[in-house]
Design a binder for this molecule. Structure first.
Ligand code: ADP
Length: 411
């Protein structure tokens, strides 16, 4: 009897154990499946976050401006590629803004904007060399617009988004425009004042009744009137070339040797007066180029006239050398052996209104200081370049390299 009870108990226990074991196994399998599912979901979410972050970083890097997030003590919490580039450092995270951008002006501007605690924007001009901001402009002053915006949801540890935009190009073109207006007004005022002065003399002193004196006054007035016309004409040419209108250049095939002959004919009175020797090294066959004949004539005229005009006393030789070169290009060199241009002035001679001798006297009033800037812009509008080299007393050479075809750069 006891044996039977023991056997039954053992069987029941066995069944219970088996049932429990089976249930446990099922639960384990189910748990493992749930765990796998959970892990999959977490991994997917992580991947999604990673993708979103990569997209965010890409977007931030695609911005042309430097983008930074800083805390109140100006410690950098986030920086895009451009910020790294302009700081010229490898990593910015964790560093402080004054350590990264060495410009005191910039830091002061950021601090003032942060203190406002509202979105704000300001523009600063930074001297060259005094900062670590890597503007694309390497020399001279650079201009920056700084935008600062407090970020919401950072009450404990306030954060600010700082955007630095390099506006040097706009700033410089504004300055060039302002300088041009100032210089042009000055240049126009001088001959006008002289004309008005002589007019007053003519009227007040009854000079009209003294024909010889009146003629002398009128001759001077005409000279200054001519100068006014030339200044205005040159300014119009420059503004047309700078307007960027494609129509400012009208390419057509023309023979270069012919253009040189035309210019030399127009300059003949000056050439004879100064006893200038002209040496031509030109191709024997007609050299046809596709360009704007008006501007090329102006280029030749300015360069050859300059060579003669700048050397009033010496009997000089002007050489005109035209050489076709590879890849549908040609070189044109105008050389003279006159007084030359001191090396300290060479970098500036293509600037508008720049003259080596600023105190132009009666004898040199013909120059407008615009000739070389017209030459440079005209050549560049044809996709070419111009260089000047000079060894005073030995030679002064202007070398143009330009395409022979009309495949002009799109403006
Ligand atoms: P400008 O109307 O005064 O001639 P440009 O722009 O043509 O103005 O030239 C600028 C300055 O460059 C001139 O004033 C002159 O001082 C200098 N220059 C240009 N060409 C020569 C040259 N061949 N020899 C010496 N100086 C030159």
């Amino acid at each position: 009897m006891l044996d039977t009870i023991l056997i039954i108990t053992a069987i029941v226990l066995g069944i219970i154990t088996f049932t429990l074991w089976t249930k446990l196994n099922t639960a384990r399998t189910q748990n493992a499946a749930t765990e796998r599912k959970l892990q999959n979901t977490i991994e997917k979410q992580r991947e999604q976050i990673r993708a979103e972050k990569a997209e965010e970083a890409l977007l931030l890097d695609a911005i042309g401006d430097a983008f930074l997030i800083v805390n109140q003590s100006l410690q950098i919490k986030l920086a895009n590629n451009r910020a790294t580039v302009i700081s010229k450092l490898q990593t910015l995270l964790g560093r402080s803004l004054p350590e990264v951008f060495l410009s005191e002006k910039l830091i002061t501007a950021v601090e003032q904007q942060i203190a406002l605690d509202e979105p704000s924007s300001t523009r600063i001009i930074i001297d060259s060399g005094a900062h670590a901001l890597g503007s694309t402009h390497t020399d001279g002053e650079t201009a920056w617009v700084i935008q600062a915006t407090p970020l919401p949801n950072h009450i404990e540890d306030p954060r600010y988004c700082i955007i630095l935009r390099d506006v040097t190009a706009e700033y410089r073109s504004d300055q060039v425009r302002t300088d041009f207006v100032a210089n042009a007004s000055h240049e126009l005022r001088t001959p006008l004042a002289i004309i008005n002065g002589y007019l007053e003399n003519l009227l007040d002193d009854d000079v009209v009744d003294a024909p010889a004196t009146a003629r002398r006054f009128l001759t001077t007035m005409r000279k200054h009137g001519d100068r006014l016309s030339r200044l205005i004409e040159d300014m119009l040419v420059i503004s047309r070339l700078e307007s960027g209108e494609a129509a400012s250049i009208n390419p057509e095939p023309f023979e270069f040797q012919e253009a040189i002959t035309d210019v030399l004919e127009r300059l003949e009175p000056l050439i004879s007066e100064r006893n200038t020797r002209i040496r031509k090294n030109l191709p024997t066959d007609p050299f046809i180029i596709n360009g704007d004949k008006f501007y090329y004539t102006q280029v030749l005229f300015n360069l050859i006239e300059n060579a003669i005009k700048q050397n009033p006393s010496a009997k000089i030789t002007v050489s005109i050398t035209l050489t076709p070169i590879e890849e549908k290009q040609f070189k044109l060199a105008i050389t003279d052996d006159g007084i030359g241009i001191p090396s300290s002035h060479l970098p500036y001679i293509f600037k508008r209104f720049y003259r080596v001798d600023k105190h132009h006297t009666q004898s040199s009033i013909k120059g407008t200081g615009l000739g070389l800037s017209i030459v440079k812009r005209a050549i560049e509008a044809h996709g070419g370049t111009i260089e000047a080299a000079s060894q005073p007393g030995v030679h002064t050479t202007f070398t143009i390299t330009a395409p022979t075809t009309s495949e002009l750069p799109q403006k």
